[in-house]
Design a protein around this ligand. Structure first.
Ligand SMILES: [Cu+2]
Length: 149
């Protein structure tokens, strides 16, 4: 028997709570820990990934650490803690924002390109840069984490 499709991507932006289990699941998969703190620059040993995404939630002013929630496309070649290039499927995900990353002028729903820096030795996983893409950009989310065919 097939389960009815649960199209996570069809949910309206802002329903963040529904996305959190996905994040936690992938976090466990990737082996990341909470409390990503420390100096605000990734070391040269960090991996960097550029991914296209849609802004789901912008940072809340005055709340630290500054975080951005985006729905990002798949990140092929994403390297996990063990060094294996496991890739990361498309998903809604919250990232810490490096101080260098400006979200000025951005609004929820905007198409962006994010540069994600990951350094498992710290550990550190944050967005270093957010660049706005043309609104007509078509993003491909395919099948997101947690979905079943
Ligand atoms: Cu992700």
């Amino acid at each position: 028997m097939r389960f009815p499709a649960s199209p996570v991507r069809a949910r309206p932006p802002g329903r963040l709570a529904s996305a959190l289990p996905l994040f936690v699941a992938v976090c466990a998969l990737a082996g990341c820990r909470g409390g990503k703190t420390g100096p605000d620059t990734a070391s040269s040993s960090a991996h960097r990934y550029t991914a296209r995404a849609e802004v789901v939630q912008l940072p809340t002013p005055g709340r630290a650490p500054a975080q951005i929630v985006v729905r990002h496309e798949a990140i092929p070649g994403f390297v996990d803690r063990s060094g294996a290039a496991v890739g990361m499927p498309a998903m809604v995900m919250a990232f810490d924002l490096a101080r260098t990353a400006s979200t000025e002028g951005l609004r929820a729903g905007d198409k962006v390109e994010v540069v994600v820096a990951v350094d498992w030795s710290r550990p550190l996983l944050h967005v270093e840069e957010v660049r706005k893409l043309p609104p007509e950009t078509v993003l491909e989310f395919g099948m997101e984490a947690g979905q079943q065919r």
